[in-house]
Ligand binder design. Sequence first.
Ligand SMILES: [Zn+2]
Length: 468
Amino acid sequence: MKLYNTLTRKVEKFNPLKNGAVTLYTCGPTVYHFAHIGNLRNVIFNDTLRRALEISGYKVTHVMNITDVGHLVSDADEGDDKLEKGAKREGKTVWEVADFYIDAFLKHTNALNVLPPTKIVRATDAIDSQQEIIKILLKKGFVYQTQQAIYFDVTKLDDYGKLSGQKLSEKAVAVRREVVTDKDKKHPQDFALWFFTVGHFSDHQMRWDSPWGEGFPGWHLECSAIIHQELGEPIDIHTGGVDHIGTHHTNEIAQSEAAFEKPLANYWLHNEFLHQDGGKMSKSGETTITLDDVVNRGYDPLALRLFYLQSHYRSHANFTWENLTAAQNRLKDYRAMADMRFQIKPAAGDIFTSFEDFQKLTLEKIQNDLNTPEAMASISQLANDTKEVVFSTNEKEFNKFLQFIDGILGLNLLDSKDISDQQKDIITDREKARKKKDWAKSDKLRDRLKEQGIGLRDSEHGPIWYRI
Ligand SMILES: [Zn+2]
């Protein structure tokens, strides 16, 4: 398998630390609002990676965090805590807000047929592990304390910024224009490991005791702590959105590598943004679209999943309702292909003679840095072919093939059911009417099926039904 590693800026052959097993960590959602369809693109990217690894024979241990504290409005530790802001907006406690949006997130990802991570850890359930890292970093001299917070001193590391390739001096210039709220912070890029519940944060609802004073952790710390607690360093693969490269992941690397003196992860994978009508989507914006909006407009959640898979994870994707409609139509084609398993005709021409070759080719595309668009191009070709040809292959073989596609794309093609005996009788009666050239009756029966959501196509091997 080959994957693009942000750390080396190259497509590399993937070699896990242990034969046959992969440790994978994903930065999960900040639960102060519904995930929008841009956030969900990231979820599908992770799921595709996980499926590609599993179908390649690896046993994947996938850990994801949920940020329910400490993520300030700006990733660079400025402004309010997003959860506290959400609580004010909704007149709820921060805990209620977190529980509500965690539940919504899991419902949405389930509707998108996302494999649940092996383990999900909430930041607020890993406070001890986060404090342990601060203790180690204090002992090693990587942090300093002001009245407002405990900061990681980025100048103590020679390779801070290696993930983004940005030199410290370059970025400092860019950041200096922003408002730095703590005058005792030494370098603009120093980041908070622990905020004290004083001053701006004196009303903060979430707070814990610590050897240094009551407070709450900074956002970046939870991922380092959860990785250390659940997987240990280094892990094989760490994923996230491209917006995590410059600050969040850079800071995860800094604190973990300073504390544990091992690389945090061997492969760093990042997915690109989803644009909406050509512009970037943000969670706080008015025009964000959620999965509920998609469903309320009559789309299948799996059409959205298919829409994401049509773009390579490292390219921008542009969401429009027209694009989603096209994806839904493509999904219908795939389902019509899957329904052919109920209509296999032994006498017909066989387009599945090279089934194994097809599977091999599709797998190669997926294993080439998750090239889902190319893998889907060949599946679409096949779906189109089945419109023209009634094929004969044995049903077991065809089910195996559909299982393989479901395994990599997660579109649940095998979920479709055969039509009822009554519907089959209508098709037989219509055939009889057609043979007698009783077009009126034939049309009537065809319309009756249409009312039940079943379309018919006449082929040289007889009628083929499909779902409209
Ligand atoms: Zn993270």
